[in-house]
Ligand binder design. Structure first.
Ligand SMILES: *Cc1c(COP(=O)(O)O)cnc(C)c1O
Length: 394
């Protein structure tokens, strides 16, 4: 069996040598000639019905070969039969929700979640009744019309872990979606634990360079078909240039995640010992819910952490304004280190009470550790923390 690091380099490129190419070709066609109408009609029916490919792509909203390449690559990295790519992580989640609505009107969701996922679900915009539950209550709250269970692990931004196997068991025959954005397939493969849908905001680690917005759902072919039908109908497409960039990031995925994770382990220790820091949330420190899953469900603690400052909002704002090397910005999983304030930015759209109950307070900062040299990162963070402390005293 080909191992992960090798797959990451070669997946979706298997036919290139035969084609006489080294880099994947980018197909920008919006339409494709139909010279044989019978064959064209058959292709059209197949693609609208959710087939992964057809003899003729017909129209780029139905199929694009450059997008299909990166889908194949990601399916092999997640160990699923199929992958369906969208123009963003939110478009990917929306497609699963629209499909779920055809099976029932109720979804069970474990908080915390990425802020906009929480907002999309709480708003009822997709016509589903959302019930937020503790992971331990899923079996008791399941109803005849429950169409989907949604979890995010590690969760954004508190890094709580959720036991995927336990949730799958509690969900019974209800499909389970795992947002695995923070983990990447380098650290966990939820489908191997029974998850029906593995979701990624591919904007983050999978793309890895902060230059493409994309979302994917990895799942069995049977579940991918209705998702392609939704994509063809709603047009929530990943552009082929974005697909190319996403594919370009994959060969270095394992290298990037491993290096960023090693940096994160070192930074978490130093932050935990810093007098300005009240608490560090990092799976590797055992300070998050279900941290025991590091080493089993997750191969490592990952490259994301959050930390609470004694000085509250003012100290957090001061650190954001004082970092010089780190980028003070939302998003995560880029080669460079990003630091942001969840209560003020990414989780602004979450109900304020739910936000506080999830541990997202005014002094909380989230750090997405990059692949820079770790002492350079620490020096930058330490000077920002020290500057914030002195300005609080002054
Ligand atoms: C960013 C993110 C999303 C949303 O993805 P977009 O690509 O921004 O639409 C969903 N879930 C998690 C965990 C994220 O970090």
């Amino acid at each position: 069996m080909t191992r992960f690091e090798t797959l990451a380099v070669h997946a979706g490129r298997e036919d290139l040598t035969r084609l006489g190419l080294h880099a994947p070709p980018i197909d920008l066609s919006t339409t494709y000639p139909v010279t044989d109408l019978d064959a064209g009609t058959a292709s059209f029916d197949a693609l609208v019905g959710g087939a992964a490919s057809a003899a003729n792509p017909i129209y780029a909203r139905l199929h694009n070969p450059t997008v299909a390449r990166v889908e194949n690559a990601l399916a092999s990295l997640e160990g699923t039969e199929a992958c369906v790519a969208y123009g963003s992580g939110m478009a990917a989640l929306t497609a699963v929700l629209l499909d779920a609505r055809s099976r029932g009107g109720h979804v069970l969701v474990v908080r915390p979640l990425y802020g906009t996922s929480d907002h999309l679900l709480a708003s009822g915009l997709c016509g589903l009744e959302t019930e937020f539950v503790d992971a331990g209550d899923i079996a008791a709250r399941r109803r005849a019309d429950t169409a989907l269970v949604i979890i995010e692990t590690p969760a954004n931004p508190t890094l709580d872990l959720v036991d995927i196997r336990a949730v799958v068991e509690a969900a019974g025959d209800v499909p389970v979606l795992v947002d695995s954005t923070f983990a990447t397939p380098v650290l966990q493969q939820p489908a191997s634990l029974g998850a029906t849908y593995v979701m990624h905001s591919a904007t983050k680690f999978l793309g890895g360079h902060g230059d493409v917005i994309a979302g994917v759902i990895c799942c069995a072919e049977q579940h991918a078909q209705p998702l392609r039908t939704v994509r063809a109908a709603t047009g929530a497409l990943l552009h082929p240039l974005g697909a190319y960039l996403l594919h370009r990031g994959l060969p270095t995925l394992a290298l990037r995640v491993e290096r960023a994770q090693a940096n994160a382990v070192a930074l978490a220790d130093r932050l935990a010992a810093h007098p300005a820091v009240a608490r560090v949330f990092f799976p590797g420190l055992g300070t998050v819910r279900n941290a025991h899953l590091v080493g089993t469900q997750m191969r490592g603690p990952g490259a994301l952490m959050a930390f609470d400052l004694h000085g509250g909002y003012d100290a957090a704002a001061a650190v954001m304004s004082r970092v010089r090397l780190m980028t003070p910005a939302v998003s995560l999983g880029s080669v460079d280190t990003l630091i942001q304030h969840p209560a003020g930015l990414t989780h602004r759209v979450v109900d304020p009470q739910a936000r506080l109950a999830s541990g997202i307070g005014p002094g909380l900062l989230r750090l997405s550790v990059g692949i820079e040299q770790v002492d350079d990162l620490w020096n930058d963070l330490a000077q920002a923390l020290e500057g914030a402390r002195l300005s609080a005293v002054a």
